[in-house]
Structure formats: C-alpha cells, structure tokens
Design a protein around this ligand. Structure first.
Ligand SMILES: CC(C)(COP(=O)(O)OP(=O)(O)OC[C@H]1O[C@@H](n2cnc3c(N)ncnc32)[C@H](O)[C@@H]1OP(=O)(O)O)[C@@H](O)C(=O)NCCC(=O)NCCS
Length: 171
C-alpha cells in the first residue's frame, strides 16, 4: 500500500498530474502490450491534451464526461461516465468505464473510484447505471459487486450489472 497525503478524488483532467499521468499510462500500455504513440501528443503539449478532455464530450455516440482519480500530484486512474446508453452500450460497455494504472492497483482504489463515480452519475440525474466487465475480470467484478451491482446476464462475452443510485450514494 502506497501512502497518500490526500484522499484521492475524481476531478476533471488537470495539468497538475502531468508526470504521474504520462508515467502511469505508459506503464499500463507497456504491460498490456498496447501502443504508446498516443502519449507523444500528450507529452508534447499536456495542457492542450488536458483541455481537449475537459467537459461533456461526444464519445461512443453519447455525451460523456471523463474524470481522473487524483491525489495531489499523483494520477491513479480514469473513470468515464456515459450519460446515455446506445443500443450497443446497453449490450456491452454500459454507463461507466474505468481503469487504475499499475502502481496503484490492489489497494482498493478502483472500488472507491467507482463509488465516487456513482455519486457523479447521480449528480447527472441518472437513477440507475449499467456496468459491464469481461467474464474473467475478477477484480472489476468485485469492485462492481462491492458497489451494489446486481447481475443481469451476459452479452458479447461481458457480464452485465445494474447499480441503483439511491439518495445515499457516497460522495
Ligand atoms: C480492474 C481494475 C480497475 C481493478 O483496480 P484495483 O484498484 O486493483 O481494484 P481494487 O484494489 O479496488 O480491488 C477490487 C477487488 O479486486 C481484488 N483484487 C485486487 N487485486 C487483486 C489481485 N491481484 N488478485 C486478485 N484479486 C485482486 C480486491 O481484493 C478487491 O476485491 P474485494 O473488495 O472483494 O477484496 C484494474 O485492475 C484495471 O484497471 N484493470 C484494467 C482495466 C479494466 O479491467 N477495467 C475495468 C473494465 S470493466
């Protein structure tokens, strides 16, 4: 467990975590065998990269908001809220996507980041949200179940879960 001076919180993308973001995302890509070229633009002009990701943006065919999970200078992960579902997203993808970058995994951050993401969904007026995860993604499944996920079948190789957003969703 890495000690943090401040409790992490969800914020809009910010230039304050530049080094930590670039390092964390690079390590994530390398470990997963994904290309890292997209980080070149971020590295060259991080302010522009950040500005292009703030606010409500059309992604996946729906209005979406990107949040970063941040503690001081440290970037821990990303959570995206899709404000609506398309027919595709209703099958697989759902309202929320997230990842925690490797240095911060296994410390409960995804579970708490999702709790904070659910509070953002409630602020956006959603009363229940769909989450999906690959059938062998035990860590994500556990984070979803810890946040009240109720299983609703399997489509396209992903398990689906609904979470009801009661008035007590944590901030
Ligand atoms: C899935 C992911 C977000 C989990 O992040 P994390 O911060 O490590 O998750 P947490 O620490 O909150 O742990 C969640 C659960 O997994 C368990 N877990 C964590 N690390 C584990 C490991 N190495 N092996 C087995 N279980 C593990 C935790 O014990 C916890 O379960 P519990 O609450 O029942 O004890 C992260 O691995 C990730 O970003 N993966 C790649 C992207 C991804 O899969 N995103 C989700 C798409 S649906």
């Amino acid at each position: 467990m890495i000690r943090l001076a401040e409790s992490p919180r969800l914020v809009l993308p910010t230039v304050e975590v530049r080094t930590s973001y670039l390092v964390g995302e690079q390590v994530d890509c390398l470990l997963e065998g994904r290309p890292t070229e997209w980080l070149d633009a971020a590295s060259a002009d991080f302010a522009e990269f950040v500005a292009a990701r703030r606010g409500v943006l059309p992604r996946w065919g729906v209005p979406s908001t990107l949040f970063w999970y941040v503690s001081g200078e440290y970037y821990l992960g990303t959570l995206v809220v899709r404000h609506e579902l398309t027919a595709d997203l209703a099958e697989a993808g759902g309202h929320i996507g997230y990842h925690v970058v490797p240095p911060w995994r296994g410390q409960g951050h995804a579970t708490r980041m999702l709790t904070a993401g659910l509070a953002e969904c409630r602020r956006l007026g959603l009363d229940r949200v769909l989450l999906t995860c690959e059938t062998d993604n035990e860590r994500s499944r556990r984070a979803i179940l810890s946040n009240g996920g109720v299983a609703d079948g399997r489509r396209r190789g992903e398990d689906r879960f609904w979470i009801e957003l009661g008035s007590d969703a944590a901030a």
